[in-house]
Design a protein around this ligand. Structure first.
Ligand code: N01
Length: 532
């Protein structure tokens, strides 16, 4: 059996950088990846319209200025093919692919108490031992796609597909009657592009999202050059920001300007696209008047764009406060509902009852369909960990530990699982931030931690139960009184029937998280058990 110092699982943003860092520090490493190439979430999510809603110039690695200078983004908000190309470019620049095995899904990783080694197995029969295993499996991944258990799906005579594992060859919608279930960030992106070729499109919307225009556009050479010259300042700002974004926090309070001026700024920011319109006021989420003012602006926009008042009434966001679920960016989403072949069904009022051999039955009505697209999200954060049979000390199963909700110290490791380190694990802030900024932090922290163990003769490191308990409790404490409590969302696990309603992300802010992780490392890995 092959032996390595470290095995990395997954070749997305996290795994690529993790492999590089560990190899750089002289360890023998290997990476296993289920897809036939690098990309992770950006490999599997090749659905039409897939695009990032962070701006390209900071949705990328900062660690290597040569890479920053060499790569040119073509659009303000990068589409999936360009992000996949970027991750291939980085992997090739750093010559990483020679230490990667593709089409090899890790199915099991078990710790041997006697040897202190992990054995990692894949679905195609690879097996390797390693002293360290680092998971870079993401929180919203294909292995944990949420496919609601609608009755009748096996009898559907058409084609169905989940956005999270979209076929590489694409899906041909031309001349087809298509149904899309789900209007989260993914569905919103896919719907306007599917509508371009489908003969008829029915959108089954359960909860209307708050959606802002992306106003995506190509980037010109002058802008790119200015960004490249400014990268040191951009990265410093992103790392100090609670959301990992190189933006200045808003300074304006809702009461600081009159309504006409507030309205003028809202219009200006709406026209500019991106997140700015919800970042107009520093008290946008804490002052109910400020929030209502912004919510009403969104509702008015929907009514102004969507010509059919019945469709507009279904689409306008309501029933929960702005900020309680993820806000989405779109490209002509609302305009799509003005097309004569596109219709929205209120799936809260008219519940999807079943899939029939010829379509979907909702609210007692049959919708004939050739293709059903499930844009129904993920068993987020804990799902990807439960999809792999991780066995720790004494053979304990990680899936059992996670059955009652998310637990992990800092989202970086689990008590009872020595030398298993996790980039962006449960109870980590990453998925509430600009994810690559969080990933870089976690990768660098893990790499330093392993270097510390190697330098100090430490054979095994794992969080103590007490530190893990306290962090898991703090994760839940952080959301008490927050808007998130006022909605059902994947962040709460409430999109998956039977999943405990426990918040999956640590909401203290990336800036505070970075500071805490540094303190912990400087204190000799406080909260961890270190065994020589
Ligand atoms: O998944 P979601 P997503 N019957 O869970 C509906 C990231 N992302 O794939 O809201 C009917 O948000 C569900 O309805 P409801 C981003 O972090 C990033 O869209 O539960 N409908 C909802 O409308 C995002 O937050 C980018 O009432 C059902 C939808 O399906 C995360 O991925 C781009 C249903 C699921 O929405 C997940 O987004 C895209 C049922 N039984 C995504 N079950 C970037 O730009 C579920 N739904 C980086």
């Amino acid at each position: 059996m092959q032996h390595y110092d470290a095995v990395v699982v997954g070749a997305g943003f996290s795994g690529i950088y993790m492999l590089h860092k560990l190899r750089e520090q002289g360890l023998s490493c290997h990476l296993f990846e289920a897809g036939d190439g690098v990309g992770g979430a950006w490999y599997w999510n090749r659905y039409p319209g897939a695009r990032c809603d962070s701006e390209s110039y900071f949705y990328c690695y900062s660690f290597d200025d040569a890479i920053c200078q060499k790569w040119n983004w073509s659009e303000r908000f990068p589409a999936q093919p360009e992000i996949e190309r970027y991750l291939n470019f980085v992997s090739e620049e750093l010559d990483l692919k020679r230490d990667m095995t593709f089409c090899a899904r890790v199915t099991k990783a078990a710790y041997d108490d006697d040897t202190g080694l992990w054995t990692v197995e894949t679905d195609r029969g690879d097996a390797a031992t390693a002293r360290y295993v680092v998971t870079a499996i993401g929180g919203l991944t294909a292995t944990a796609a949420n496919l609601p258990a609608f009755e009748g799906i096996d009898d559907f005579q058409g084609q169905w597909v989940h956005t999270g594992h979209w076929p590489k060859g694409g899906v041909d919608f031309a001349g087809k009657r298509v149904g899309v279930i789900g209007t989260g960030s993914t569905g919103i992106q896919a719907i306007s592009v599917i509508a371009e070729t489908a003969a008829h499109l029915t959108v089954f919307q359960r909860t209307p999202a708050y959606i802002m225009p992306a106003k995506n556009h190509p980037l010109d050479a002058e802008y790119i050059a200015a960004i490249k010259a400014d990268y040191p300042a951009i990265w410093a700002k992103a790392k100090a920001h609670r959301g990992g974004q190189p933006y200045d926090p808003p300074t304006l309070g809702f009461g600081d300007i009159d309504e006409a001026e507030a309205r003028r700024l809202q219009e200006q920011y709406w026209d500019a696209g991106g997140l700015r319109v919800v970042q107009l006021f520093k008290d946008a989420y804490t002052n109910p008047d400020a929030r209502l003012f912004t919510e009403n602006f969104f509702r008015e926009k929907v009514r102004a764009i969507v010509k059919d008042p019945e469709a507009a009434a279904i689409l306008e966001p309501k029933g929960y406060p702005l900020g309680a679920k993820r806000i989405a960016l779109d490209s002509h989403y609302y305009e799509t509902f003005n097309l004569p072949h596109v219709h929205v069904v209120d799936a809260k009022k008219n519940r999807i009852e079943r899939i029939t051999p010829t379509g979907i039955r909702a609210g007692g009505k049959d919708y004939p369909l050739d293709i059903i697209v499930f844009a129904t999200g993920y068993d987020a954060v804990t799902g990807p960990f439960k999809a792999i049979d991780f066995r720790g000390r004494g053979g304990q199963r990680l899936a059992d530990k996670l059955a009652d909700g998310p637990r992990a110290y800092l989202g970086l490791g689990f008590a009872g699982f020595p030398n298993l380190l996790t980039v962006n694990g449960p109870c980590n802030p990453a998925l509430s931030t600009n994810v690559p900024t969080s990933i870089e932090h976690d990768v660098e922290w893990i790499s330093d931690c392993i270097a510390y163990c190697e330098a100090n003769g430490i054979k095994a490191i794992e969080p103590t139960e007490a530190a893990e308990d306290a962090w898991a409790e703090d994760t839940q404490a952080k959301i008490v009184g927050s808007l998130f409590e006022q909605a059902d969302s994947w962040q709460f696990g409430s999109n998956v029937p039977g999943k405990p309603r426990r918040f999956l992300l640590w909401l203290g802010g990336l800036d505070a998280f970075r500071a805490r992780c540094t303190e912990i490392a400087e204190a000799g890995y406080e909260g961890f058990d270190l065994r020589r």
